[in-house]
Each structure stands twice: as C-alpha cells, then as structure tokens.
Design a protein around this ligand. Structure first.
Ligand SMILES: Cc1ncc(COP(=O)(O)O)c(C=O)c1O
Length: 347
C-alpha cells in the first residue's frame, strides 16, 4: 500500500511529478490547433490511460500506440474508439490480443509478412506504412499499392497510409524542418490515392503545424514535453519533472538520487535549473549547484530538487506512476496519482 502523500516534498524519490497547469495548457493549445480527429495523440509519450482520458475529454477519440500492450490497455480502459498501432508486429499472440480487443484496431503493415500475419490472426484493418526517409519501418513508396491490393485480397480493410517523418521532427531550424517535412509528405501523398482509403497519418510534436498534408497528426510529446522539444520554440512547456533528494554534498559537487535507471538518457543529460549536471550513473546524478538553485545557496543533504528529463518517453517507461501536482515546485500539493498502466509489453 502506498503512503498517503500530500506534497511533492513528501514523496519517496525519484518520483515523476506532473505540473497540472502546464499539462492542461499544453493539451488545450494542441486541441485548439488540431481539434478532434485532426490529432491522433500518441500514447507512447506518457503510457498513461488517465492522461489519455484528459486528451479524450478535449475531443480526441482516436489514439496512436507503439505497442500492442498500449492498444490493449487503452481498449480495456474504454478508450478504444479508434486505435492505431503505428508499428509493425508479426507476433501471432499479440496480434490475436489486438483482434480480440473491445475496440476498433488498425495496424501498420509494410511487407508481405506483416500483411499475411495480420490477416491470419484476425486483424481487420490496416494502414500501409510508407518509408518517408526515416531509416526505420515503412515500405518503399512504389510497393505500397501492391501491398494494399494484397491486404484487400486477404480480407483486410485498407484505411489509408501512414509515414512518420521522425528524421525531421527535431530539426532546430523551422524552415529546414518544414522543408524536410514537405519532402517526406510529398512521398506519402504520391501513393495515398493509389493505396486508397481516407487516412493519411503522420507527424509529431515538432511538425504538428508544419505537416499540412496529413489528415491526422500523431503527436504525443506535446503533452508533457521534454528538453529536446523545449529548444524548438513550440507553444508547449515542460510539464514533467523528477523530484529527487540530495544524498551527498562536498565542496566541489553534489549528488542526487536520480540516475540513469530513472531517466531516458538517449537524448543526453537531464537538466536542473541553475546548475550544471556533470553526469549520471545508475542511481546517482552528480551536479554542481549554483547559488540560486537551492534554498541555502548551496545544496544540503536532504534538499529536494527538480530534474528535467531530456527525453520524456523512455523516462516515463521506467516509472510505475506519476504524481499530479498543483504547481511545478517541490512544495506543490499532490492532487492525484496516475498509474503508468500502459508500460511493458505483456498483453
Ligand atoms: C510512429 C510515430 N508517430 C509519431 C511520433 C511522434 O511523437 P512526438 O510527439 O514525440 O514527436 C513518433 C515518435 O517517435 C512515432 O514513432
């Protein structure tokens, strides 16, 4: 049983803390820009049905997922109106679980094997995933119409195409980001008509307002934001921190209990306001506090600090729950606890 917690300072650390005001602002800003079905929020960014419910409350009933586990969890939570697995899957057990979901499920296919395995395991609807220059999944564009035909012959409903311009979403220069997005979407649009269906699904937080070719945008990071996206000047602000405790101080550095097992590190070190993060090890974060960063002008053992992750998605996946707080500081009140219930892979 979890202890009753009323403030962020009472939390055992490291703990994820959501600033509810910043989250609401981000969700509202995106809903205003991309209302209703123009946005298919990607749940991999938060893996949390309670947060998805906040997105649904703002009018987004269709969701994107990266794993079968996310789809099954969303459907069981009653959020299964229209779920897209924007990823390839050839695991019969997981495909069967998707087919048996109490919701509408569509999955990405990009090869004969993905089409055939989907059809053989009860999947009813697909999008043809086209490679739009990100070196990851997606068929060559010239193969897309043939795959669509193969899928229809196998009894699958081909609802359209998808193509993720992941190589463009984090380009710092907006003009260059727009150009790379346009180039990617030209490739996707070039085959959309021949494939058929009415969905062109693409885009992310970095291209949400630049990708005008897609019928729906798959952005997810905008809700909680992170260090990398924070550099792009987007109208979304950071809404998720980790609260950590200072466990060691000497006259050259300080150490907090928030290491790389609590943080997605693929985009580099996290940040702590007004300090310099030196490095992270398994369970430690070593930093040099500057005067303004901590109440006494220098860190003391037992101080609470806020650590801002560089990459939200993998950070969230390390934690069991997020604490929703009424402000970003360590003195904030915890108003809700949201389980991160879509993590893992088991269906
Ligand atoms: C298939 C797919 N669509 C969309 C996104 C966009 O997500 P974000 O909002 O983080 O840019 C991602 C992120 O990796 C993705 O893999």
């Amino acid at each position: 049983m979890l202890p009753r917690v009323t403030t962020v300072a009472d939390l055992s650390t490291p703990a994820l803390v959501v600033d509810t005001t910043a989250l609401a602002r981000n969700l509202d800003a995106m809903s205003a820009a991309l209302p209703g079905a123009r946005l298919r929020p990607h749940v991999k960014a938060h893996k949390c049905t309670a947060l998805a419910r906040e997105q649904a409350r703002r009018g987004h009933a269709h969701f994107t997922s990266a794993t079968p586990r996310e789809i099954v969890g969303m459907a069981r939570a009653g959020l299964g109106d229209d779920l897209l697995l924007a990823n390839e899957c050839v695991d019969p057990v997981r495909l069967r679980a998707l087919a048996d979901c109490p919701g509408r499920v569509t999955i990405a296919v990009d090869s004969d094997a993905t089409v055939d395995t989907a059809a053989a395991n009860g999947i009813r609807a697909v999008l043809v995933d086209v490679n739009v220059f990100l070196p990851r999944c997606g068929c060559p564009p010239e193969d897309a119409p043939r795959l669509a035909e193969r899928a229809r012959a196998a009894g699958l409903d081909v609802r359209g195409v998808m193509g993720y311009e992941g190589h463009a979403v984090l380009i710092p220069d907006r003009v260059e980001r727009a150009a790379k997005t346009a180039q990617a979407m030209e490739r996707l649009a070039g085959v959309a008509e021949e494939v058929g269906g009415d969905i062109v699904s693409a885009g992310g937080t970095g291209t949400y307002d630049l990708n005008t070719a897609a019928t729906e945008i798959q952005a997810g990071s905008y809700a909680l934001m992170d260090g990398d996206y924070g550099k792009l000047g987007l109208p979304f602000t950071r809404a998720l921190a980790i609260t950590a405790t200072v466990v060691h101080v000497n006259n050259r550095w300080s150490v907090a209990d928030c290491g790389l097992k609590a943080l997605g590190m693929d985009h580099g070190n996290p940040t702590i306001d007004d300090t310099e993060v030196l490095f992270c090890s398994d369970e430690h974060l070593t930093f040099t506090p500057h005067r303004a960063a901590v109440p006494h002008g220098t860190a003391r053992v037992g101080d609470r600090i806020l650590v801002w992750p560089a990459h939200i998605d993998p950070t969230v996946a390390y934690h069991d729950r997020m604490y929703v707080a009424d402000s970003p500081g360590v003195g904030a009140h915890v108003v809700e606890t949201w389980p991160i219930d879509l993590r893992g892979w088991d269906v």
